[in-house]
Design a protein. Structure first.
Length: 135
């Protein structure tokens, strides 16, 4: 069974400096005007405000280096040309969009050997220059 968790970038109001990634449980209960991620610390659960546009769910996969792959990550596609592709949640599952024809390829449809070749190289929030390269 896949571990359910999320990540999001903390708002500047939370840290007063450059935003940091927070990992844990996603909460956006009404009538709150903000989203938060609850993370575990030495002092118990801590709720941190995050920018909702940066929230992404863990896919349950790790890349070739053991890094967790999240929605919004940019991966080197496991097919032959190794292009950069954004990880998305579509049609009830996680996968990636192939740039040249905008095809969605589900992780569930890949062979084990292809899954093991996935390499996360950044994400759409921290690496806008990579996003420009794939448009």
């Amino acid at each position: 069974m896949r571990e359910i968790k999320f990540r999001g970038k903390a708002t500047r109001e939370e840290y007063g400096r450059e935003c940091e990634w927070v990992y844990g449980f996603y909460r956006n209960p009404p009538p709150c005007a903000f989203a938060s991620i609850s993370e575990w610390s030495d002092h118990g659960w801590n709720s941190v405000r995050v920018d909702p546009s940066t929230v992404g769910q863990y896919t349950g996969l790790k890349d070739v280096d053991g890094t967790e792959v999240y929605e919004g990550d940019l991966i080197e596609a496991p097919h032959d040309n190794g292009e950069l592709c954004p990880v998305v949640f579509e049609r009830g599952g996680f996968g990636f969009i192939i740039r040249y024809d905008q095809t969605f390829l589900s992780f569930d449809g890949l062979l084990d050997g292809q899954i093991k070749r996935i390499k996360a190289v950044g994400n759409i929030h921290d690496n806008p220059e990579l996003m420009e390269a794939i448009k």
